[in-house]
Design a binder for this molecule. Structure first.
Ligand SMILES: [Zn+2]
Length: 147
C-alpha cells in the first residue's frame, strides 16, 4: 500500500477545552496524555482526550506516564506540556529520543495557558512537524499552529 501522507491534526474546540483545562490544572507540573483520533482524509481528528498522571521525578521539567488500558487505540496522538519559559515550544532532545509514539504534540504553556500547539511525526530519520488546526476550514497550504 502506498504510504499515507499525514498532513496534520484537527483539534475541535471541546477537546481543546478539556486538554487546556488539564494543562492549566497541572501547572507548573507538565501535563500529558493522549488524544484519541479518527482519520479525516490525510488529517487526524481528535475525538477524545485522556489525561495521564505525571510520574516523573522532576515533573516540572519532564512528563512520564504509565501507558496502560486507559490509552486509546491508534491512531492517537501523545501530548505533553512544556511549562517553563526556558523550554522549547517543540520537542526537546530527550523527547525525540524517548517518546515511543508515532505522533507527539507539544503544548507550550509557560504560564499555565496554552501558548502554542506543535505536532511532530516520527520518521525513519527524524521527527517532522505537521500542522495543527481547529477544523478543516483553515487553509491547509500553510503550517498552522494553534492558537
Ligand atoms: Zn517535552
Amino acid at each position: 500500500m502506498f504510504p499515507r501522507r499525514d498532513r496534520g491534526l484537527f483539534v475541535p474546540e471541546p477537546i481543546r477545552d478539556r486538554l487546556e483545562a488539564s494543562v492549566a490544572d497541572a501547572h507548573p507540573v507538565e501535563a500529558g496524555g493522549f488524544l484519541a483520533c479518527e482519520r479525516d482524509g490525510d488529517w487526524l481528528r481528535a475525538v477524545d482526550h485522556v489525561a495521564l498522571a505525571n510520574e516523573a521525578t522532576d515533573p516540572t521539567r519532564r512528563f512520564r506516564a504509565t501507558v496502560d488500558e486507559r490509552a486509546p487505540g491508534r491512531p492517537r496522538v501523545f501530548y505533553h506540556s512544556h511549562t517553563s519559559a526556558a523550554s522549547p515550544s517543540g520537542l526537546t532532545d530527550t523527547d525525540r529520543r524517548h517518546i515511543p509514539e508515532r505522533f507527539a504534540l507539544v503544548v507550550f504553556a509557560p504560564h499555565g495557558d496554552a501558548y502554542s500547539y506543535r505536532l511532530f511525526r516520527r520518521g525513519l530519520v527524524r521527527w517532522r512537524e505537521l500542522a495543527v488546526a481547529p477544523a478543516r476550514t483553515v487553509s491547509q497550504a500553510t503550517l498552522p499552529r494553534l492558537p
